[in-house]
Design a protein around this ligand. Structure first.
Ligand SMILES: CCCCCCCCCC(=O)SCCNC(=O)CCNC(=O)[C@H](O)C(C)(C)COP(=O)(O)OP(=O)(O)OC[C@H]1O[C@@H](n2cnc3c(N)ncnc32)[C@H](O)[C@@H]1OP(=O)(O)O
Ligand SMILES: Cc1cc2nc3c(=O)[nH]c(=O)nc-3n(C[C@H](O)[C@H](O)[C@H](O)COP(=O)(O)OP(=O)(O)OC[C@H]3O[C@@H](n4cnc5c(N)ncnc54)[C@H](O)[C@@H]3O)c2cc1C
Length: 618
């Protein structure tokens, strides 16, 4: 393909496969990036060319039958044998079998495996290992390995998610991905050294970038154990844009269809209006259109942040790792929740035809909704963000300056909204900052009161986790609103396009408040009158957006081939397309289906069944 940009390459494959999850999806999405980010230069030199040219096809095998979320609880072991300088991979229990990794069952011949590292009788936590699982000659499964598919799933039918287990499989020491931690000496030139270390210690015991090595299996931990989690942060940062893509495509289909579909005479004898003219249809679809634009902007921001922070990490500066983890984890959860729920609303807005595969909507849904689970289950991810917000809150209370986007935390909450009839963008941002700051403080207060009441830290955490979840969700929502407003305000408002986009941005903010009103009104921040301003503004924005609604979805520029939808066709020839789709159905290739003779005829004409049964046996 020759496309080097990861997101471009992903989109190109998405176009080619039109929502069918590529059987090599994990090879591209996680196997290659993990080698890139977690392997030493020598390992990269050896594996990357093979993997990039499909001489190694791999996946990312971390989740097990018994553990997906709790990585430190994974049971697969990798025990270092200093005599043979090998790792022994083993699946000691039923629940330790790897289960779920994409492209694992029948496609991959290698995988990077997350296993608990043991050396010199001690556990050092989860680490990544390169493991060949099938022969490069005939693709047969190698000795000491059991691998297969996990069977039918909710969707992702083109991806052979699989199971995998090891029976004391030996792999060379060099197969541990040693970028951030090592066991067993590797040549000095592979040590990614921080120059500050070269001058201070003799060259022969040069420290690895994050660790020291000894051939007897002595392990020295990396600068931060979570560096091994880097591939997940990368994918979480990509999933935001993928969720936005799914929601945008569903909006294209449902809004174009709503402009074609006419239903119910508006008044006795009158013509049937486009269903897009029904206010209730606008109420359900236009905020989703706004959300699709907002999530696309958020996806760009978080991926660019990932690239910037990852650059710093590669230079040994881990300072921004916690903020990136909190942002990527929270936005991955927020975007996949919003997109999954939104795609389902788009389907419902298309009536019966929305339920047909011909609409393209079911495929988009089953393609996006697993994003609520994989790469970190959404609730758990939101709680990771909440963990970071709690730390920010206590730092704010100690008078410390907070970094970038979280400066709203700890603000004075004794203020009222500036909202007027005009519904200024600035007042919208202030409302979301107030709500998030208040929910962060409420969660912190709840935890403090539980601890003061004698609860242990983990009990207080669990006893506050609903409020922690609310705080994290409000934090992500604020991020999306503020990021959208910043994008609008960064542009001159002269051009018509930006003026239209300002309405879309306003709708995103207004609708989000009205759909979460309790959280904005609980402390009297908004008056009843101000809520009235917002309700009237929302209805006015529907009218304002209606003339440009189709242009706003056309602007996403998804070709018909990618949408794969009879309802969302650019030319609007919906009914002919639906009829052609029906005619092409395999069951319509014969006038009488063979099952008639076997099952129906005996019911309808039992007397003539015998010769029919002969016929059916033909
Ligand atoms: C574009 C579409 C492509 C679709 C393809 C994708 C297919 C799907 C592929 C997969 O699903 S691969 C498997 C994905 N599995 C996961 O994502 C598992 C999720 N679980 C975790 O990430 C960790 O288990 C979890 C963060 C929930 C808890 O980890 P720990 O128990 O080690 O951490 P803990 O919660 O005790 O926090 C310890 C510290 O580590 C920090 N931390 C945790 N994860 C981090 C991280 N990733 N980066 C940086 N810091 C991290 C955390 O903030 C905290 O910092 P503080 O102590 O300062 O508060
Ligand atoms: C389509 C698909 C593709 C996948 N591909 C891969 C892959 O390629 N490689 C791979 O390794 N894995 C893959 N996975 C597995 C995926 O990463 C895990 O399913 C995911 O990490 C969730 O873990 P789990 O299934 O153990 O759920 P669990 O963690 O068991 O979650 C179940 C419930 O428990 C709750 N819960 C769990 N822990 C906590 C907590 N600490 N606090 C509060 N609530 C909690 C969750 O919120 C959730 O509601 C895939 C999964 C799917 C669906």
């Amino acid at each position: 393909m020759g496309i080097t940009d990861m997101q471009e390459a992903f989109y190109y494959r998405e176009c080619a496969a039109a929502h069918e999850n590529s059987p090599l999806g994990l090879h591209y999405a996680m196997f290659l990036p993990t080698i890139n980010k977690q392997a030493t230069p020598e390992q990269k030199k050896k594996w990357l060319p093979l993997a990039e040219n499909y001489k190694m096809i791999g996946t990312y095998a971390q989740t097990e039958l018994g553990h997906g979320t709790f990585i430190r609880g994974l049971e697969t072991t990798a025990t270092y044998d200093p005599k043979t300088k090998e790792f022994i991979l083993d699946s000691p229990t039923l629940t330790s079998k790897k289960y779920w990794p994409g492209c694992l069952g029948k496609t991959s011949n290698h995988c990077v495996v997350m296993a608990q590292l043991y050396t010199q009788g001690k556990s050092h936590g989860p680490h990544m290992f390169m493991v060949q699982i099938r022969s490069m000659e005939d693709h047969s499964v190698l000795p000491g390995i059991e691998v297969g598919v996990i069977g039918n799933k909710f969707g992702y039918g083109t991806n052979d998610n699989g199971f995998l287990s090891f029976d004391k499989l030996r792999i060379p020491r060099e197969n541990m991905l040693m970028r951030y931690s090592q066991v067993g000496r590797i040549p000095r030139e592979n040590m990614l050294m921080r120059y500050s270390q070269v001058s201070r210690i003799p060259r022969e015991n040069m420290l690895m970038r994050y660790s020291q090595v000894h051939e007897d299996g002595t392990y020295v931990k990396p600068q931060n154990a979570k560096l091994a989690y880097g591939s997940m942060v990368l994918i979480r940062s990509s999933i935001v844009s993928d969720a936005a893509r799914g929601l945008a495509q569903a909006c294209v289909i449902s809004i174009r269809y709503s402009a074609v579909r006419r239903q119910t005479e508006a008044y006795p004898g009158g013509e049937e209006p486009q269903i897009l003219d029904y206010q209730t249809q606008q109420y359900r679809l236009f905020p989703l259109l706004a959300s699709a634009y907002s999530l696309q902007l958020a996806g760009k921001y978080v991926f660019n942040t990932y690239l910037e922070v990852n650059d710093q990490i590669e230079k040994g500066n881990l300072e921004s790792m916690p903020e990136l983890h909190a942002l990527s984890a929270g936005l991955k959860a927020f975007s996949t929740y919003e997109a999954s729920a939104g795609i389902e609303v788009c389907r419902i807005c298309c009536g019966g035809h929305g339920y047909s595969q011909a609409s393209g909507l079911p495929k988009i849904y089953v393609d996006v909704v697993p994003g609520c689970t994989y790469e970190g289950e959404n609730t758990v991810m939101m709680l990771q963000t909440a963990r970071y917000l709690m730390k920010c809150y206590s730092r704010a209370k100690q008078g410390q300056k907070l970094p970038g986007f979280v400066q709203y935390i700890g603000q004075n909450l004794n203020k009222k909204s500036c909202m007027s009839e005009e519904v200024a963008l600035g007042c919208l941002v202030m409302a979301y900052e107030h709500r998030a700051a208040r929910l962060v403080e409420a969660a912190a207060m709840r935890m403090q009161s539980l601890i003061q009441g004698g609860k242990k830290q983990h009990e207080a955490w669990n006893g506050s986790s609903v409020q922690l979840f609310w705080a994290a969700k409000a934090h992500c929502h604020l991020f999306c609103v503020k990021n959208f407003v910043d994008a609008i305000q960064a542009k001159s408002l002269s051009s018509k396009t930006v003026t239209v986009m300002k309405s879309v941005c306003q709708l995103y903010g207004v609708h989000g408040i009205l759909e979460n009103l309790g959280e904005f009104m609980q402390d009297g921040f908004f008056s009843g009158e101000q809520v009235g301003y917002l309700q009237r503004k929302m209805l006015a924005l529907f009218e304002n957006i209606r003339p440009n609604a189709v242009a706003l979805v056309d602007a996403f520029d998804y070709p018909d081939m990618v949408l794969g939808s009879c309802l969302g066709r650019y030319d609007g020839q919906v009914y002919q397309a639906l009829y052609d789709y029906a005619k092409s159905a395999p069951m319509n290739q014969t006038e009488i289906h063979s099952t008639y003779y076997k099952h129906l005829k005996p019911l309808i004409n039992p007397e003539t069944t015998s010769d029919a049964m002969q016929f059916a046996k033909l």
